[in-house]
Every structure is written in C-alpha cells, then in structure tokens.
Design a protein around this ligand. Structure first.
Ligand code: BTN
Length: 341
C-alpha cells in the first residue's frame, strides 16, 4: 500500500523528501502522494510539508496502526493481512469473527485497548490504552488438532526473541554501536508466559475451532507489557519492557518483529509438526530449566525439577523418586516453588 511505503521512506529519512521523489519511486501521481500524506496526518503523524522541499516526519509515533505495522513488516504471510482497532472487546474475539468470515491464514488483529481482554483459565486480562501490545494471530494450520497446543510454544519463542531483539536495538541506539546480548533477557516460563527479571511481561491465550481430526482455525492471542511505567497493586508480578530499557519502545516495531520470528519458527514447526528442530532454541529461553517447579494440575499438585521439554512441547519434570513426568500444557500451571518462576 502506498501509504505504508511513504511512511517507511519518511521514517528512514532525516531530511525532507520531495513529493516528486515519492511520485517517481512509487510510480504514482502527486495527488496520490498528497492523499496518502493527508491520511497519515489524520492518523496522528506529525508531518511537516514545505512547498519546495517536500515532507518531513517530525516525530516517531508509538501507534499501533495498519500503516505503522505494515511499513515495518518483512514477512511473506504472517501479519500481511492486518486489522487494527482503537478500542475493542477482545482481539481474540475479533480474530474469531474474521476467521468465521473467511479471513486468510496469517491475519493479524491488534488493538490499542480491550474492554473484555481475556487471560488463561477464565481470568480477565486488564487492557488499558496506550502502552501494551494486544494482538491475535489467526492460523489455519494443516496439522492434527492434538499438535496445536505446540503453536503457543512457537509463539512464545517468537515473542521472546522479538522482545530481546527490541531491547538489544534500544541498547545499541543508546551506546551508538552494535552490542551483543550475552544471554536472552526475556525468557519463557513454560508453557506461555514471557518473563523478564523474574516477573511476567507477556501472556498468551490460544483458542481453537476444530473437529476431531481437522482444525478449522487457531487464534493465538498475545498481550505484552511494553511501555507501562508501573502496575497496579493487584499485579505485583508484572513488569514491562520499558522497566528494563529505561525508555519508551515502539510497539509496532515489536509486533513486526514478532511476526518475523513467528514466520521463521512456524515454517520449521510445519515440516515435522513438532519441536525437533526448535527444542534447543526453546530451551535456551526456558527460565524453568533446572529449577524446582510446582505442577498445579487439578487434584494433583506436586513438586519436581524442570529438565526441559520434549519434541511434543511437554515439560519434563524429574520427581523426588527419580521418575520423569511429562507435563502436557492443557489446564496445567507451573510455578516456581519460592515464587512466580
Ligand atoms: C494469560 O497470561 O493469562 C494470557 C493473556 C492473553 C492476553 C491476550 S491480549 C490479546 C488477546 N486478546 C485477549 O482477549 N487475550 C489475548
């Protein structure tokens, strides 16, 4: 789309870009360029226009819009069809509606806020405006329904890698050169929470419509705390990427990175319908590994040491009697024995 292309050029330029240059670059009329710029201004971008010089994007806006995400996407499928809302009930609900209407595999739904944000096990996901990422990805995987829960782990890895990449870029900007992150700062608490400095920075809710042997669609909903300075008392375990980075981050950049990593990992997963080629990568991010965990299974609570995962994405827990138990990611919850991790 021309609007996204223009936004990308303006964002990457430090000086004014002439209307003529944009016309030639994209093979469109001056009116088309003017219309696209007017639309961007209406969406909240501060764009200076001077008659003989052209256009200059004055401030980078932390907005979650189709144009902002689309202008940053490098994927072939994931997020290419993107629908952004201001306020919405829940991006999972909207993604489901779109799925029922025939939206394609890889459709991404985002919102600035949610009035009915949903968490796992019937909990509410408090979703105020302005700081967080609320997104749902619609997939139509050609895999067996019993393999679908592994997709949450794939998204967990992708979202953790995306958060780490964004933190690395931010550090690099501050230091003025390329920095190597010694180890991932954002990890995964099996099966699907992201953890930063021992506190929760993101959660995932996967929902599926399927028959016994065929999936209609899967929705992976992801909520990431990005720019919150602090959290209400009732969320003592929560943290945000900003609390680690010390500055605001661009949510659209994070969303685009998530889509990029997810596409890469999803291609791997699709080949085998399991995690055989991704297991090592997942375990590098797994914060439970080697730790004592409490497995909260309805009617069966027990403690053991988390060893890692198997190819099916089950958590391997060594029990006191030496047996290794495989924990399946359904209704089970895993906690550290002394706290959240
Ligand atoms: C959890 O940790 O309990 C899962 C939280 C999932 C929240 C996200 S926000 C976007 C999507 N829409 C929802 O209603 N829920 C998920």
């Amino acid at each position: 789309m021309i609007k996204e292309e223009i936004l990308k050029v303006l964002r990457e330029s430090e000086d004014y870009v002439s209307g003529q240059e944009l016309c030639e670059k994209f093979g469109v009329s001056r009116t088309a360029v003017w219309k696209a710029v007017t639309k961007l201004k209406e969406e909240g971008y501060e764009i200076d226009s001077i008659s003989n010089r052209g256009y200059l994007l004055k401030t980078l806006a932390d907005v979650v819009t189709e144009a902002e995400i689309g202008s940053r996407l490098k994927t072939k499928v994931m997020g290419k069809h993107c629908v952004c809302f201001g306020d919405v009930d829940s991006t999972n609900i909207q993604a489901k509606k779109l799925a029922e209407e025939g939206a394609p595999h890889g459709t991404l739904v985002c919102a600035e806020s949610q009035s009915e944000g949903r968490g796992r096990r019937g909990k509410t996901w408090i979703s105020p405006r302005g700081n967080a990422v609320y997104m749902s990805l619609l997939l139509r995987p050609r895999i067996r329904p019993e393999h679908a829960s592994v997709l949450t782990l794939v998204m967990g890895m992708a979202a953790a890698r995306a958060c780490n990449e964004l933190l690395r870029r931010t550090e690099e900007e501050a230091a003025g050169n390329r920095t190597e992150q010694a180890r991932p700062r954002v990890g995964v608490k099996w099966p699907n929470d992201l953890v930063l400095d021992g506190r929760k920075t993101a959660g995932m809710l996967t929902e599926m419509s399927a028959e016994i042997d065929c999936i209609h669609y899967v929705i992976i909903g992801v909520g990431i705390n990005v720019n919150e300075k602090d959290f209400p008392e009732e969320l003592p375990q929560a943290t945000s990427l900003r609390q680690a980075a010390g500055k605001r981050l661009m949510r659209a950049e994070l969303i685009a990175l998530c889509m990029e990593y997810f596409e890469k990992y999803y291609c791997e997963f699709e080949k085998t319908e399991d995690l055989r080629t991704l297991k090592d990568d997942y375990e590098e991010l797994l914060v439970n590994k080697g730790r004592q965990v409490r497995v909260l299974e309805p009617g069966n609570e027990h403690v053991g040491t988390a060893l890692g995962i198997n190819e099916q994405g089950e958590l391997l827990v060594e029990l006191a009697d030496g047996r290794t138990e495989k924990v399946y990611a359904g209704e089970v919850s895993v906690r550290g024995i002394y706290g959240y991790v």
